[in-house]
Design a protein around this ligand. Structure first.
Ligand code: FMN
Length: 366
């Protein structure tokens, strides 16, 4: 029988991935301790169980206190967090796995609750009109503070420090979370960015902060250990709306990323049906594969079959699986044996403790 493309090794820069099955970044909200520190017993075991993936991308991890928007998400900006992550990366490496951390700033998808009553930061003072999850339950978002040039400078420095911390914590690299309606995505789109300075208006300005962050991070960690995540066709979610300029802005970003020797570009197919949305791109991989020269990772809604196909037919290099990895720690083994998958339970995606986190059965335990 022909080998499945998903199960073939892949050389990503100076790293050799044992297969092309990537664990997508998944917020699981289990860092419910003071200081939002990952622990060996929870995150350590959770990621170790998934170390047969060619690459694990960690859950979004805040780069500073300012970057937080959800309860119980881990950070990568304190000594304790770095020490906690060390135990996690050690466990993954011991099992022969590779792990990047996703560096996260939520921008306006937050609430004064997280910032001692201060407003969250964003490109412009535009309320996303969504909800933020706090210890007191869901709360309506507010009109954020438009970032000053000083705020932007500090944020770029926080990303850079977080990347340094990540390497100190034993991660193989970092993924910049420039996706899903969070800070960078807010800069890219007209629905969230009405700035008139050098961070708003044309493509160069709207994407400036992303390239500043990449340029700074590559001074402190190798360029080929930096991944970028984009979700070009996200629409009507978190206050992001597509208009005629959105996809051209993403085209600009992707083409400019060719100037860098990155670990990968991680793209999401649309999160919702955009066939009726003018200006959206329904086939993200198809559009961007020919535009991007480096390693292309694709995500959203893939199965074993469609994952193999997108590598073979569209030329994707890697496929990231999200929900299937929540309920199947041994997803790679299941693909290899053509075994059935456990179903995920969405009610325990973000609840504390081991239920829905460490209790999905492995193949031998069924
Ligand atoms: C519970 C949950 C948490 C998620 N957390 C993150 C996150 O921290 N960072 C991120 O970029 N995407 C996050 N996502 C999106 C996933 O990475 C992925 O794009 C999405 O699940 C679609 O892929 P799938 O169809 O394989 O599940 C999350 C998705 C889910 C279901």
């Amino acid at each position: 029988m022909k080998e499945q493309p998903l199960l073939t090794p892949y050389k990503m820069g100076d790293l050799t991935l044992k297969n092309r099955v990537v664990m997508a970044p998944l917020t699981r909200s289990r860092a419910n301790n003071e200081g939002n520190v990952p622990t060996e017993e929870l995150q350590g075991l959770y990621y170790e169980l998934r170390a047969s993936a060619g690459l694990i991308i960690s859950e979004g991890s805040q780069i500073s206190n300012e970057a937080i928007g959800y309860i119980n998400t881990p950070g990568i900006h304190t000594k304790k967090q770095i020490e906690g992550w060390k135990k996690v990366t050690k466990r993954v490496h011991k099992k022969g796995g590779k792990i990047f951390i996703q560096l996260w700033h939520v921008g306006r998808i937050s609430h004064p609750y997280f910032h001692n009553g201060e407003l969250p930061l964003a490109p412009s003072a535009l309320n996303p009109e969504t909800k933020s999850y706090t210890k007191d339950g869901f709360q309506k978002t507010v009109t954020p503070k438009a970032m000053t040039l000083e705020d932007i400078k500090r944020t770029v420095a926080d990303f850079t420090q977080a990347a340094k911390n990540a390497i100190a914590a034993g991660f193989d690299g970092v993924e910049i979370h420039s996706s899903n309606g969070y800070l960078f995505h807010q800069f890219f789109c007209n629905s969230s960015n009405i700035r008139t300075d050098k961070y708003g208006g044309n493509d160069e300005n709207k994407t400036r902060i992303l390239f500043e962050v990449i340029d700074e991070i590559k001074k402190v960690i190798p360029e080929n250990r930096i991944g970028i995540r984009l979700n070009p066709s996200m629409h009507d979610s978190g206050g992001i709306f597509i208009d005629e300029e959105t996809i051209p802005t993403f085209d600009y970003i992707v083409k400019k990323l060719n100037n860098y020797d990155l670990a990968y570009l991680h793209l999401s197919e649309p999160f919702s049906d955009v066939s009726e949305i003018s200006f959206a791109e329904p086939n993200v991989a198809k559009r961007y594969r020919p535009m991007y020269n480096g390693t292309l990772m694709i995500n959203t809604g893939f199965t074993q079959e469609s994952g193999n196909k997108i590598i073979e037919q569209e030329g994707a290099d890697l496929v990231a699986f999200g929900k299937p990895f929540i309920s199947n720690p041994d997803l790679v083994e299941r693909f290899a044996l053509n075994e059935k998958l456990n179903e995920w339970d969405a009610t325990t995606f973000a609840t504390p403790g081991i239920k829905g986190y460490l209790d999905y059965p492995l193949l031998g335990e069924m």
